[in-house]
Ligand binder design. Structure first.
Ligand code: MLT
Ligand code: ZN
Length: 453
């Protein structure tokens, strides 16, 4: 036994509820307490204390995750990094920004912009999510098509592992071939190997002005030919799709009217480089040929940044619009070339097994990533709903396996997908993951029950 270190702590019921969960609503938060380290040394002290006092630690960022990765439902100690908010160094030459783990991702984007630079990983919750959490979950978002996921921008990390060791990984280097890359190993490890306390993130030059096309598709099979045609014609930064139900939910939530006359079953928001309006003619030309080919039935091209932002709202507001319905989220991916066949099979499966539920589709189809959200009927108990969804999930995941895909494209595994990991990672791989856990956190102090059973 050792004394609790001198670190700010909250134990009231409201704080434990607030910090004990993420955006998922399937578990009842029940942490013992919430602690707020202010330095890497504080985190080391917490890990040592947990080790000698038989406690488990749940690292916590902005808690915008969707797989229960930051849920503390079993008396754990929540380690909130939110007081570690220092921006340590902006290096305009590399360019890179070194920050503490609790800095919101939106703040990284702003600091970069103020320096005439750009942090390109972006998603609707970027303003409230924190750097440490975005690295632990390898967050993706809406511009993966051009810029990749968070991992592509991580140049260095400071991590405290489950042995209380401080690992200074890759040290911001662009080139470092001195053996295997432990820095990248930590990205996406969901806090089960170590707690990120500091990160060096790569920045880039801002893109040129962007314009947005909102398209209505004749049917699902038109999506991929449209992606291919638009990719040839334009320099795309995003190709995001959503279905008719998403439109209805956003319209009801925001009170806005959908800007296209033709309502279709599927739509896409397409963002592309448009320096000095040079992309507009090419976009119109591509649009007309997609209409001629029968793929697209309606569309609108933004004429200003404000209008582009309005069009984006139809995609970005989906998550908040459906949140009151406690969605059961399936975040699936297959290789982009396999999307059409996978979608067809998935649509047939959903029609067959989910007729009682409202299923809302959207996602980053340009990356092969679909978000299939099953909504809880108003009259149904949430626990029954979750059990019903879990009863059906193996059919979906079997299909994912058949198509060589992943059961979690970008939301992580957390608690929600943990028991299904074997659908996309084979036994040898899962065994190796357990080996890594034993190496970095032999006593199992960090984020227990997440990612690995
Ligand atoms: C999104 O694509 O909007 C995010 O992954 C959030 C979600 O899936 O709800
Ligand atoms: Zn997403």
């Amino acid at each position: 036994m050792s004394a609790f270190p001198d670190i700010e702590t909250l134990t009231d019921a409201e704080s434990r509820l607030h910090y004990g969960r993420d955006w998922t609503r399937f578990w009842t938060p029940a942490p013992e307490r919430v602690v707020f380290p202010r330095s890497t040394e504080d985190v080391v002290a917490l890990v040592r204390w947990a080790g000698s006092n038989n406690r488990k630690l749940v690292p916590s960022g902005g808690r915008t995750g969707l797989s229960g990765g930051a849920v503390a439902a079993a008396g754990e100690v929540v380690v909130s990094l939110e007081k570690m908010r220092r921006q340590i160094e902006l290096d305009a030459v590399e360019p890179s920004l070194t920050v503490e783990a609790g800095v919101p991702v939106g703040e990284v984007q702003r600091t970069a912009a103020e320096a005439g630079l750009y942090y390109p990983v972006d998603w609707a919750a970027a303003g409230s999510s924190q750097v440490g959490g975005s690295i632990a979950t390898n967050a993706g978002g809406i511009r993966v098509l051009r810029y990749g996921m968070t991992r592509n921008w991580v140049r260095g990390l400071v991590v405290v592992d489950g042995r209380g060791r401080v690992l200074r990984l890759n040290r911001g280097l662009v080139k470092n071939n001195a053996g295997p890359d432990l820095c990248q190993l930590m990205v996406g490890s969901e806090g089960v190997l170590g707690i990120v306390t500091e990160a060096t993130l790569g920045l880039t030059r801002p893109p040129p002005a962007q314009s947005v096309l909102l398209l209505a598709f004749a049917d699902l099979s038109a999506l991929m030919p449209a992606l291919a045609a638009l990719r040839n014609a334009l320099s795309l930064s995003a190709f995001e799709f959503f279905d008719r139900r998403s439109v209805a939910r956003v319209a009801a939530h925001t009170g806005s009217s959908f800007p296209l006359a033709e309502q279709a079953d599927f739509h896409a928001v397409v963002e592309f480089d448009d320096p000095d309006g040079a992309g507009q003619d090419k976009a119109l030309e591509a649009f007309e040929s997609l209409v001629e080919d029968g793929h697209v039935i309606d569309g609108i091209l933004s004429q200003s940044d404000a209008q582009a932002a309005e069009l984006w709202r139809w995609r970005e507001a989906i998550t908040e619009s459906i949140a009151p319905c406690t969605p059961y989220k399936n975040d699936l991916s297959v290789r982009v070339s396999r999307v059409p066949r996978f979608l067809q099979a998935l649509e047939a499966l959903v029609g067959r097994y989910y007729p009682a539920f409202e299923v809302v589709w959207f996602g980053h189809i340009g990356d092969g990533n679909l978000h299939m959200n099953i909504l809880c009927p108003e009259a149904m108990d949430v626990a029954d709903f979750r059990a019903a969804c879990e009863g059906l999930s193996p059919r979906v995941f079997e299909l994912v396996r058949e198509h060589g895909g992943s059961i979690s494209a970008e939301h992580g595994v957390g608690l929600l997908k943990r028991d299904y990991l074997h659908y996309c990672r084979d036994a040898a791989e899962i065994d190796a993951l357990h080996g890594l856990k034993a190496l970095f956190d032999p006593a199992g102090l960090l984020n227990p029950g997440k990612l690995l059973a």
